[in-house]
Design a protein around this ligand. Structure first.
Ligand code: ADP
Length: 500
């Protein structure tokens, strides 16, 4: 009865092909296709192979055999699906955590597989030839793929094949030997194919893992390089900031040094209005002390005092602004206004050195965008240099011309033209080098700083020797905003505005 229940009289081989189909679906497609294959093959088995044949019912004595088929199908389905999900996990790089993998592996422990194999062997040996139990070894191979390398899987495969053949030999001589041989051959083929597919899958997973590890290494390297690059950028930014601060400090020092040279001039410039205040004060006292006080004259004298007081305050304001260590501040500035301010500071120095000053400033010069104090520093530096060039040895005439105008290319050009000692063409480029000086007490920073200031305003500063003597220093700044109308009147000689 038991032997009959396990299918002693049924045609066995094709129904295990159904089982094989389930396994293949699980292996190649995963859980859902395997479940679908199971859902199709179970009724197919009941209809085609379980008595009564041709009906979906199963006779009571065949229920164990039918259940054995269902369980085998579900087992193959679960194991195949698990293999696939393991491969996908590796491909997605999610199996990084070795302990997690260990737990997963213990799920299909080698001992379980061994016990399963022994169970199959006993069942196969004890059941008649017609029941192709050895096809279940496929499940053992699938388990082995989970925890053994290729060599181990092959050993398991050969072991299962050997057990299949041993069962064939040991099975009591009931039933058809032909069918037994066919079942065993089919099972051997199923074991072989499963091993082959398992190993292929294993090597695919291994190469995926290798590729992922390599990629991980490259990503780590890239991250390291990126961090280093960012650190370098931050350091460079810090160095740039420090350089900027050092430059600003140097520019400030140069400004203070230039003003130091102008001390006599500045003192005179402040003294003049103060003398005026005192004179006007005395005069107004006299007007008021008269027998008949002349109030009108006294009022005019007080007005002069107020005006002179403002003049002195203006001079001090300009000096304070120049000395101030203020950061760069761009605004719309009138270049002519800046020239006049600097001339006011240097007027006494010019007179003291017998320099005759001429100005040719363009009317309605368009404004430029710039830092007023820095531009003052440039012009001051050029004028002081010109005075020194004209008062040194070898200078005869002392004529200074300061001009401004448009260059017709949307720029404003300022020229400081002197009749001093001039310079040779060979030293024209070196003039702007830091620390280049021909003066005993010179710093050689004035022109270097001036050029940097003009370039930071988007302009250019250059020098040309004059014929027969002297030098002209020019700088050009871009006009702030719209293209300037070309009809503006420029009083300066056109040559003075030429670009080199
Ligand atoms: P410093 O005035 O301290 O020497 P600068 O950078 O202002 O530093 O000038 C550098 C050099 O350029 C001067 O020493 C001088 O030789 C030359 N130089 C500057 N201006 C003139 C000028 N107007 N005429 C002739 N040479 C000049």
């Amino acid at each position: 009865m038991a032997a009959q229940g396990l299918g002693a009289d049924a045609s066995p081989s094709p129904r295990f092909l159904l089982l094989f189909a389930v396994m293949l679906s699980a292996w190649l497609g995963g859980f859902r296709p395997a479940l679908l294959a199971t859902a199709i093959s179970v009724p197919a088995d009941a209809y085609l192979f379980e008595p009564p044949i041709g009906e979906f019912a199963v006779r009571l004595e065949y229920v164990p055999r039918f259940l054995a088929f269902v369980v085998s199908a579900l087992l193959a389905c679960a194991l195949g699906a698990r293999r696939r999900s393991a491969a996908e996990t590796v491909a997605l790089g999610m199996d990084r955590d070795p302990p997690a993998r260990g737990v997963a592996a213990s799920y299909v422990h080698p001992l379980t597989a061994g016990a399963f194999a022994i169970g199959i062997f006993l069942l196969d040996t004890l059941t008649p030839f017609e029941i192709a139990v050895p096809v279940l070894y496929v499940a053992v191979v699938l388990m082995a793929v989970n925890f053994y390398q290729a060599r181990g899987v092959l050993l398991v495969c050969f072991g299962c094949m050997a057990l299949t053949m041993l069962s064939y030999v040991l099975t009591p001589g009931e039933g058809s030997h032909g069918i037994g041989l066919l079942n065993s051959s089919l099972s051997l083929a199923a074991i072989g194919v499963t091993t082959f597919l398992g190993l292929k899958n294993q090597s695919a997973v291994a190469s995926l893992r290798r590729a992922r590890d390599e990629l991980g290494g490259k990503v780590r390297e890239l991250r390291r390089a990126n961090t280093m690059l960012q650190t370098e950028i931050i350091e460079r930014e810090r160095a740039e900031e420090a350089l900027q601060e050092a430059r600003a400090a140097l520019a400030h020092t140069a400004r203070v040094a230039t003003l130091g040279e102008l001390t006599a001039s500045i003192a005179h410039e402040v003294n003049q209005p103060l003398v005026g205040v005192v004179t006007s004060g005395n005069a107004s006292l006299r007007w008021l002390a008269a027998e008949q006080p002349n109030l009108e004259a006294a009022r005019r004298a007080v007005e002069r005092m107020v005006r002179d007081g403002h003049r002195a305050a203006d001079v001090l304001d300009r000096i304070r602004a120049l000395i101030k260590k203020a950061p760069t501040k761009k605004e719309r500035v009138d270049v002519n206004e800046i020239i006049c301010e600097v001339i006011a500071l240097t007027r006494t120095e010019l007179q003291r050195n017998g320099v005759s000053l001429q100005t040719e400033l363009a009317n309605e010069l368009p404004p430029v965008s710039g830092d007023r104090i820095q531009l003052q520093q440039v012009i001051l530096n050029l004028i002081v240099n010109a005075i020194e060039a004209m008062t040194g040895e070898g200078a005869e005439r002392r004529e200074l011309l300061v001009s401004s105008g448009e260059d017709g290319l949307n720029g404003v050009v300022v020229a400081v033209h002197d009749s001093g000692v001039g310079f040779g063409q060979e030293s024209a480029d070196r003039l702007f080098n830091a620390f280049y000086t021909t003066k005993g007490k010179g710093m050689g920073m004035g022109l270097a700083i001036s050029r940097r200031i003009i370039e930071s305003h988007g302009g250019r500063l250059w020098a040309t020797p004059n014929v027969p003597r002297g030098a002209t220093f020019r700088f050009r700044l871009p006009i702030d905003g719209e293209e300037a109308p070309s009809s503006r009147h420029v009083r300066s000689p056109s040559s003075a505005m030429d670009l080199p």
